[in-house]
Design a protein. Structure first.
Length: 286
C-alpha cells in the first residue's frame, strides 16, 4: 500500500486503548508514531469484569477472545470504531516446562475498515511466581527474586483463597507490615508477584515487543488488494536434515494470508537455513 494511502486510513483517527492498568504508557507512544492515530484511554473502563490474575473473577474465555471482548466493549461504551487491547497469560513455557513464561496477545480492531489484526510475544523475561511463606527471611528472599520493590507484590491468606488479599505492594514497610498481620492471623502467608501491567515493568516490556510486532503487521499490506495485516498464518515444518535428508520439525516455510481477499504467499527458508542440524532430526537423533 502506498504510504499516502496507509496514512489516510489511520492518520488522525481516534483509537481506544482498552485498559485500566496503565498499558497506554507503552502502547500510546508507539501507536501515535507508527500509525498517526490519536490514542484515548477510556475513563473508568473496568477490564477486570473479564477476569483477574488473582482469581476473584475467573477469565472464562481464551486470551484472544478476552482481548477482542475488551475492544468491542470499549468501542460500544465510548462510541469509537477503533480499539486495541492486550491480554497476558503466565505459566510454564510450552517448550521449557521448568521455566515460567509471559504470553502476551495484543489485538487491534478497526470497524470502519473491517480489520482485526493480532500479534503475540512469548517471553521468559518474567518474574511470575508465588510461594507460601512463614518467616521474614523467606519473605526477603522471595521479594529479591521477584525484583521487588520495582515490581509489585500481592499478599493473601492462601493461594486459592480470595477472601483476604492485598495488592499493589511496592515498598518494604508495607510488605513487612502486611505480611506480619497475615502471619499472626493465619501462621502462613501466600505471597505472589503482581502481574498487572502498572506494577510489573518486565511485563510492560513484553507488551511493548508484542505491540511492535502488531504495528509491523498492520503496516504489512497484501500485494494483491493492499489490505493491512498481511501476516504469517502458518509455519510449515519439514526443513530437511543435512545428514540424512529426512524432514525435521523445524520451519521450512511461512505462509502469509490476506484476511480480505485470501491471497496466499509462501516464504521458503525464513530463517535463512536450507537444511537443519542432525541434532534436531527425529531419525538421526530419535
Amino acid at each position: 500500500m502506498p504510504k499516502s494511502k496507509f496514512q489516510k486510513m489511520f492518520k488522525g483517527r481516534k483509537l481506544l486503548i482498552a485498559t485500566k492498568h496503565q498499558k497506554e504508557k507503552v502502547i500510546a507512544p508507539l501507536l501515535q508514531k507508527g500509525l498517526g492515530v490519536e490514542c484515548i484511554v477510556p475513563e473508568n473502563f473496568d477490564t477486570d469484569i473479564l477476569g483477574t490474575f488473582t482469581g476473584e473473577v475467573e477469565r472464562k474465555d481464551d486470551p484472544v477472545t478476552t482481548a477482542r471482548n475488551k475492544c468491542l466493549l470499549a468501542m460500544q461504551l465510548y462510541d469509537c470504531d477503533m480499539a486495541i487491547a492486550s491480554e497476558g497469560s503466565f505459566g510454564p513455557h510450552p517448550a521449557m516446562f521448568f521455566v515460567y513464561a509471559d504470553d502476551e496477545i495484543i489485538l487491534f480492531i478497526d470497524k470502519k475498515n473491517d480489520l482485526e489484526i493480532i500479534a503475540r510475544e512469548l517471553s521468559t523475561d518474567t518474574n511470575f511466581n508465588g510461594e507460601e511463606i512463614k518467616t521474614e527471611k523467606q519473605l526477603k528472599d522471595f521479594a529479591k527474586r521477584a525484583k521487588f520493590p520495582s515490581h509489585g507484590l500481592i499478599v493473601r491468606k492462601a493461594k486459592e483463597d480470595f477472601t483476604e488479599i492485598i495488592k499493589g505492594i511496592t515498598n518494604w514497610e508495607q510488605l513487612s507490615t502486611t505480611f506480619n498481620q497475615f502471619l499472626k492471623k493465619y501462621r502462613v502467608v501466600y505471597v505472589e508477584t503482581d502481574m498487572r501491567a502498572m506494577y510489573n515493568p518486565s511485563r510492560m516490556l513484553v507488551i511493548e515487543k508484542a505491540l511492535q510486532k502488531l504495528i509491523d503487521k498492520i503496516k504489512s499490506c497484501c500485494p494483491q488488494c493492499s489490505t493491512p495485516g498481511f501476516g504469517i498464518t502458518e509455519a510449515k515444518p519439514g526443513l530437511p536434515c543435512n545428514l540424512c535428508g529426512s524432514p525435521t520439525r523445524s520451519t521450512l516455510s511461512y505462509i502469509y494470508t490476506c484476511q480480505k481477499c485470501s491471497f496466499l504467499k509462501e516464504e521458503m527458508y525464513p530463517h535463512k537455513n536450507i537444511t537443519e542440524d542432525p541434532t534436531y532430526c527425529d531419525y538421526c537423533n530419535p
